[in-house]
Design a protein around this ligand. Structure first.
Ligand SMILES: Nc1ncnc2c1ncn2[C@@H]1O[C@H](COP(=O)(O)OP(=O)(O)O)[C@@H](O)[C@H]1O
Ligand SMILES: [Mg+2]
Length: 299
């Protein structure tokens, strides 16, 4: 069993219907039929939602997504309608809540990669391909690819791994026209974001986007270009040939898999609570990513 150690009880707000408790976000429908997306401070690692929250994480990621949505709006429409708190919502929801168009989600994790690492590197080492796309010899962990590539994955249920799939498989599942639109929009968003991040001293190695349909209009949904959905590396220390330090939950992963915790990530047991110093260091990474990308001090 993996997933939640303990699934949180949804907060009840008059006028909102609770739809879903995701790993990180809670979804509601308001009386207008729009989606209310509340980003919690939950953090997931190794397919578990950890028993310890990271203070401010939901707000940091929501504000970072909004910053990006603004900078991408000319490339692809996004789902945000407003940041206004629904009447009667807890004060704690401020800054972490987005009212969005309720979309018909496309069940594909749209990943763009400009650099080789992670599951891409594993496949490359085996076959010199990533998601079936041929790549040149001589690349190593952290190498920049000759050009960004679209490497879709199927969205897994909680506790399961997302699975990389070929472009052809996506076309079979969602139709050739939608697949082409997803690829075009994903690569356009990635390229814009990569360039913006690079100006700010950050390498955007890869990112995962989700899209949905509003009628027949393809709309960018979910969160965008956050440390939870992307790999950000400090440009100053980027050096192919080794794992790169990153602005994400690597600190948490390293702590969880350190022998001193006694936790087995391949076992059945839930991960232990995070100690305060791991919480503080992880919060600092999220805040640092926000500040470095936006140039705006956090609060
Ligand atoms: N505009 C939207 N309309 C409908 N569903 C959305 C929209 N934006 C995001 N979603 C969905 O909301 C959920 C966000 O919660 P999250 O905690 O990320 O869940 P998950 O555990 O599925 O990753 C995801 O399932 C995502 O596909
Ligand atoms: Mg998600």
């Amino acid at each position: 069993m993996t997933g939640f150690v303990e699934k949180p009880e949804p907060v009840q707000v008059p006028g909102l219907v609770h739809l879903h408790t995701g790993k990180v976000r809670d979804l509601y429908r308001n009386e207008a039929g729009d989606l209310v997306m509340v980003a919690s401070d939950r953090i997931s690692a190794y397919d578990w939602v950890l028993p310890t929250e990271i203070p401010d994480k939901g707000r940091v990621l929501t504000q970072l997504s909004l910053w990006w949505f603004d900078r991408l709006a000319d490339l692809v429409p996004h789902h945000v309608i407003s940041t206004e708190l629904p009447p009667g919502a807890p004060a704690d929801w401020a800054g972490r809540t987005l009212v969005c168009s309720a979309l018909r989600m496309v069940p594909v994790e749209c990943v763009a990669r400009g650099y080789l690492t992670g599951s891409g590197l594993v496949e490359y080492d085996r076959s010199r391909t990533v998601c079936g796309l041929a790549l040149p010899e001589g690349l190593s962990d952290g190498s920049e690819l000759p050009a960004p590539i679209f490497t879709p994955a199927t969205k897994a249920a909680v506790g399961e791994h997302d699975e990389n799939v070929s472009y052809e498989e996506v076309a079979r599942q969602v139709g050739a026209e939608t697949a082409a639109q997803l690829r075009q929009a994903t690569l356009a968003v990635y390229s814009r974001a990569r360039d913006l991040a690079r100006e700010r001293g950050i390498v955007l190695a890869d990112t995962k986007l989700e899209f949905g349909y509003d009628g027949d209009r393809l709309v960018l949904a979910d969160e965008v270009l956050t440390p939870d959905s992307s790999r950000f590396w400090p440009a100053a220390t980027w050096e192919p040939g080794r794992p790169q330090p990153s602005y994400d939950k690597q600190y948490v992963r390293d702590w969880l898999t350190d022998p001193s915790t006694g936790w087995d990530r391949h076992g059945e047991l839930a991960p232990p609570p995070l100690p305060p110093e791991v919480v503080a260091a992880t919060r600092a990474r999220y805040v640092e990513a926000y500040e470095q990308l936006t140039g705006v001090p956090w609060q």
